[in-house]
Each structure stands twice: as structure tokens, then as C-alpha cells.
Design a protein around this ligand. Structure first.
Ligand code: NDP
Length: 247
């Protein structure tokens, strides 16, 4: 098992891409601390599924855009598990619109969750990683952060910010045996992309070299590789999983 007894924190770990990552890590022997915004029935049901594979896994409620909630939840996780080996900053939201029509609230929310949430979570756990002289951080960016996208100015800016943050953490903490990489997914079939019309989804799929949307598991495969020692000489990278969208 690639992650036997490793403790992994995954934000947004109860559905979509985050859930696929949690399930894959659990199958490889990891213990999961999954974070959702709220402790809902759906989140509990998702945890139960996870616990069938990794019984010691737990659910935590935390809004990652709230720095004090992040401090409290990471302290609680460290107390519950004793240590953390892997952090996956996966929580993310979209609030799409053309620039003049994006409200100030929608600019703030997207930057706060996607970018500041990633920074807060990493900042809260980095000391424990430094102390133990090891840690793996995986940040969820997006191809949109690398190439831009009409109607997603706030989202693209937040995901480009994640790239700069990833590279900085890789440089700042490489000597402490902490690796930090980002994944840049293309269009993956989750609730996030289910918001798009059927017509638009079909035209996106048709435009891709591989001709189809990706699945959450396509991202989880790479997350597993990046979390494990198989990628021990890789840091500061942004790896696209996009069916050729960027080509
Ligand atoms: P979903 O919309 O399916 O899930 C989003 C997850 O983020 C949920 O688990 C949600 O928790 C969590 N989340 C949202 N806001 C917060 C918050 N304030 N605090 C804590 N958790 C929060 O998204 P996907 O699975 O599709 O996306 C996962 C990541 O991948 C995101 O960062 C997204 O930007 C990125 N991505 C996705 C792509 C796609 O095509 N799907 C493409 C490129 C990047 P809750 O369940 O409590 O709401």
C-alpha cells in the first residue's frame, strides 16, 4: 500500500474530486481528515463510505476562507491524529460572469475560498511539517488559471494565484523535505461542471483532443502519485490533467 498509515487532510473531501482523492488514498492505507463546509447528512454519508475502507477517518466542518476556523480545525486534526503527512487543498468554488457583471461579493468569495483558503490551510500546517521534516502539499489549480477563460476572471485569477503560491512553498520548504505541487484539471464531470448547459458541455467535449470530459478518478490518480514517494523528486510543478485541452 502506497500510503499506509499516512494521515491526509483533504479540503472539500466529501464530494466531487476531493471525495475521489479521499477514497483512493483510503484504498492505499491512508487515514483521512476530510473537511466540508458543514457537517450535513450528505457529508456524513460520504464519510461513512470512506470509513468502510479506512475506519479511522473523520469529518471536520470548516469554512476555509475563515482563517480562525482554519486554525481551530487544523489544531483539532493534529490533536486527533497526532500528526499530518499530506495536505490536499482541493476546496473550490466558481461564480462565473463577464467582468462588469461579477459582483464584488463574487470576486471576494472566489478569491477567498480558492486562493486564501489554500494559503490559510498551508500556513496552519506548515510548522508541523517543518518540525517532522516531511510533508506533501497538493494544491488544486485549473487549466483556466494557466490559459484564462471568458466569464471566469475571478476564478482564473484565483487559480493562477494558486500556481504562484505552490512554487513559493516548494522553494521555501524544499530543504525541510516538504514537497508542494499543483494539479491543473481541465473539465471534470462533477457538480461544479454539472451547472453548465448540456449543449455547452457537449461542445466543450467535442473541442477536446480526447473528446470527452474527465472523471474525478483521473485527478485522484495523479494526486496519489504526488502524495506518494514515487514522486519524491518532484516539487514546484503544475501538472495538467485535461484531455489535451491546453495543447
Ligand atoms: P465540487 O463543486 O463538486 O466540490 C467542491 C468542494 O469544495 C465541496 O466538497 C465543497 O464542500 C468544498 N468547498 C467549497 N467551498 C468551501 C469552503 N468555503 N470551505 C471548505 N470547503 C469548501 O467541485 P469539484 O470537485 O469539481 O472541484 C474540486 C476542485 O477542483 C476545486 O478547487 C475546483 O476549482 C477544481 N477544479 C475542478 C474542475 C472541474 O472541471 N470540476 C476543473 C478545474 C479545477 P461542501 O460539500 O461542504 O460544499
Amino acid at each position: 500500500m502506497m500510503l499506509k498509515d499516512h494521515v491526509a487532510v483533504i479540503t472539500g473531501g466529501t464530494r466531487g474530486i476531493g471525495k475521489a482523492i479521499a477514497m483512493k488514498f483510503a484504498k492505499e492505507g491512508a487515514l483521512l481528515a476530510v473537511i466540508a463546509t458543514r457537517d450535513t447528512e450528505a457529508a456524513r454519508a460520504s464519510l461513512e463510505e470512506l470509513q468502510q475502507i479506512s475506519p479511522g477517518s473523520r469529518l471536520y466542518a470548516c469554512d476555509v476562507k475563515d482563517a480562525s476556523q482554519v486554525e481551530a480545525v487544523t489544531e483539532e486534526i493534529l490533536a486527533d491524529f497526532g500528526h499530518v503527512d499530506i495536505l490536499v487543498n482541493n476546496a473550490g468554488i466558481t461564480r462565473d460572469n463577464l467582468l462588469p457583471s461579477i459582483s464584488v461579493m463574487d470576486i471576494d468569495d472566489v478569491i477567498d475560498v480558492n486562493l486564501k483558503g489554500t494559503i490559510y490551510m498551508t500556513r496552519a500546517l506548515i510548522r508541523s511539517f517543518v518540525k517532522q521534516r516531511h510533508g506533501v502539499i497538493i494544491n488544486m489549480s485549473s487549466v483556466v488559471g494557466l490559459m484564462g477563460n471568458k466569464g471566469q476572471a475571478n476564478y482564473a485569477a484565483s487559480k493562477a494565484g494558486v500556481v504562484g503560491f505552490t512554487k513559493t512553498v516548494a522553494k521555501e520548504y524544499g530543504r525541510r523535505k516538504i514537497r508542494c505541487n499543483a494539479i491543473a484539471p481541465g473539465y471534470i464531470a462533477t457538480e461544479m461542471t454539472a451547472k453548465l448547459s448540456e449543449e455547452l458541455t457537449k461542445s466543450i467535449a467535442d473541442s477536446l483532443p480526447l473528446g470527452t470530459l474527465g472523471e474525478p478518478d483521473d485527478i485522484a490518480e495523479l494526486a496519489l502519485f504526488l502524495a506518494s514517494d514515487r514522486s519524491k523528486y518532484i516539487t514546484g510543478e503544475v501538472i495538467k490533467v485535461d484531455g489535451g485541452m491546453y495543447v
